[in-house]
Design a protein around this ligand. Structure first.
Ligand SMILES: [Zn+2]
Length: 86
C-alpha cells in the first residue's frame, strides 16, 4: 500500500503516463481513497497542462515564468475551496 509520500514521489511520472501498470494501479487506489493526494494530483495535472499549452505558443521564457508564478499563486490561493472544479 502506498503512503502519501510514495504518491508524491511518483506523481510527476504518473501525470506523464510514465509508470508501469502495477504502479499506476497502486497510485489510482491511493488517489481514490486519499483526498489530499487527489487535490495534489489535480493541481499537478492542471499545472502541467497549462505549462504545456503555453509552451506551444512559444511565449518568451521570462513571460512564461511570470505566468507560471501567477498560476501557482492562484492554485495556492484556491486550494482550500470546498469543491474544486474538474
Ligand atoms: Zn495520500
Amino acid at each position: 500500500m502506498f503512503s502519501c509520500e510514495d504518491v508524491r514521489a511518483a506523481l510527476s511520472d504518473y501525470v506523464d503516463g510514465d509508470v508501469s501498470p502495477d504502479l499506476r494501479r497502486e497510485l489510482e487506489r491511493h488517489l481514490s481513497e486519499c483526498r489530499t493526494c487527489q487535490v495534489l494530483y489535480d493541481t499537478t495535472r492542471k499545472t502541467l497542462q497549462i505549462v504545456t499549452n503555453v509552451g506551444s505558443f512559444e511565449v518568451p521564457e521570462a513571460a512564461s515564468e511570470r505566468l507560471v508564478t501567477r498560476i501557482m499563486k492562484r492554485l495556492t490561493a484556491t486550494r482550500h475551496a470546498p469543491t474544486p472544479r474538474s
